[in-house]
Write a protein that binds this ligand. Structure first.
Ligand code: HEC
Ligand code: HEC
Length: 426
């Protein structure tokens, strides 16, 4: 063996190196020989009795001309005893016979393949067919959970909720009153009042989800309605407000039911008498004026249907000033409507359209105004656009706005037109 200039070992395999004669005891243990003796004294199953050349003690290997040792590796169990064992490489091991391979084995493999094909050909389409149903089920389930959680939040403080039900007229939110202390600009006591809290079982007929979210989050300043969202300084996070809206959604009545209640209340108001037995609203009082003040005396629906609760100072606590004197909404007196929606014919049409659908945040209306979304829509239910990415809403389906000419909303279109006639006289 030599080393060349590049540092490679060159082994001349032609040279025969003669070791000590067979049988010489070179290790002080056993005699070397054609049958290698392992530590246990058993012959290894080496290749045909030939010496496998396994010296780890540095002795030169015996070589008797060219021969092949297929694979030589240490057998783990013999390792401790210094034994080695040669095995056939895996790819040279004899396998099943042709008869076996082409008979039972082939059949079995084909059967497995067929079974697999069934799973793919029948199982997958079946799964695919049931998938929409499964997803719907999951969404419904989510929706129900959200509504349930919303209900817990909506409940009275006594029941562990945030008391919405207490002011808004129970779990069905049919309208109620709230004790409230009115203060002046310096925080000085002015009066202790009972403030009408609007029914919320129609709130989605007049507001879209975002508008409801806004009121709950920021509240109504100068009223008993506090800000409930974190952004408004309240205790509820976005998810909780979402759950509340889901709950409120679940208690909504239909436009038809709403219009029916309005008709009954109108009839009741017509019957209303003062202490002297005189009609409070004689026939000379228009339906428009009645609707503007719907529920003022009776507290019907917590004033939810009335224009006065936002457009007349003192309306919500029984001390109303001149109709349309202003409040959360602007004053409607002294020809404001005519100025905002001009034209003897066009004006009322445009104004009725506005009152029907309400204002939308950022959208222009009237002559030169911009909506905040706080003016409700009274004869058209708002469209629903589900927006799960931004709001995390689950189970909310898109809905078209209702048609004011046929369906209406909280009120019918004729009722809104009657109110508009009254407004334009203020
Ligand atoms: C202390 C009584 C009180 C509590 C508690 C209360 N609200 Fe209100 N809420 C009111 C009053 C009063 C108004 C009407 C304010 C006004 O006159 O503008 C109102 C208005 C609203 C409105 C706007 C409805 C509309 O048509 O103007 C929504 C929505 C609403 N509340 C939801 C809730 C929810 C949800 C809760 C519970 C987290 C809640 N409120 C708790 C008294 C209350
Ligand atoms: C919940 C409070 C609220 C109620 C109830 C309400 N409005 Fe309004 N209204 C507003 C607000 C707020 C505005 C101002 C526009 C805005 O902020 O988007 C407004 C604006 C208006 C305007 C335009 C006035 C102008 O000069 O800009 C008219 C007309 C009007 N409302 C009519 C009505 C009629 C009619 C009703 C009853 C059928 C009604 N409103 C009920 C809050 C209300």
């Amino acid at each position: 063996m030599t080393v060349d200039a590049a540092g490679s070992f060159i082994v001349d395999t032609g040279i025969i190196i003669q070791g000590p004669p067979i049988g010489t005891n070179t290790t002080g243990q056993e005699a070397q020989g054609p049958h290698c003796i392992t530590g246990g004294g058993k012959p290894t199953d080496g290749a045909g009795g030939q010496h496998a050349g396994h010296d780890r003690g540095g002795r030169p290997l015996h070589r008797r001309g060219p021969r092949r040792v297929l694979r030589l590796h240490q057998h783990p169990q013999l390792a401790g005893r210094g034994g080695l064992r040669a095995e056939l490489a895996a790819n040279r091991k004899p396998y099943h016979s042709d008869e076996e391979l082409e008979g039972r084995k082939l059949d079995r493999t084909l059967t497995y393949g067929l079974a697999g094909l069934f799973v793919v050909a029948i199982g997958l389409p079946l799964y695919w067919l049931s998938e929409p149903g499964r997803q719907e089920g999951a969404e419904e389930d989510f929706g129900r959970k959200f509504v349930d959680r919303g209900a817990e939040l909506f409940a009275t403080t006594e029941e562990g909720g945030f008391n919405c039900a207490f002011c808004h007229g129970g779990m069905n939110a049919e309208g109620g009153v709230a004790d409230y202390t009115i203060t002046d600009a310096n925080g000085q006591f002015v009066a202790e009042v009972e403030w009408q809290a609007p029914a919320l079982n129609t709130v989605r007929l007049r507001y879209d989800r975002e508008e409801v979210r806004y009121v709950i989050t920021y509240g109504r300043p100068f009223s008993p309605m506090a800000a409930w969202g974190l952004e408004g300084g309240g205790p509820l996070n976005d998810q909780q407000i979402q759950n509340l809206i889901d709950y409120i959604e679940s208690i909504q009545i239909t436009p038809a039911e709403s219009q029916e209640q309005v008709a009954e209340e109108l009839a009741d108001m017509r019957e209303l008498e003062d202490e002297d037995g005189r009609k409070v609203y004689p026939p000379s009082v228009s339906d428009g004026e009645l609707l503007f003040n719907l529920g003022y005396e009776s507290g019907f629906a917590g004033g939810a249907y009335a224009c006065g609760r936002c457009h007349t100072i003192g309306w919500s606590y029984g001390e109303k000033t001149a109709d349309g004197s202003g409040g959360l909404g602007p004053s409607l007196r002294n020809g404001v409507s005519i100025n905002q929606f001009p034209g003897a014919f066009q004006g009322p049409v445009a104004q009725a359209d506005f009152v029907c659908s309400g204002s939308e945040e950022g959208q222009p209306y009237g002559r030169q105004s911009q909506g905040t979304g706080q003016m409700p829509g009274f004869c058209q239910t708002p469209e629903v656009v589900s927006n799960p990415l931004e709001t995390g809403e689950v189970g909310v389906e898109d809905e078209e706005p209702s048609d004011p000419d046929t369906v209406g909303g909280m009120l019918t279109k004729e009722q809104v037109e009657a109110i508009v006639v009254y407004e334009r006289q203020l």
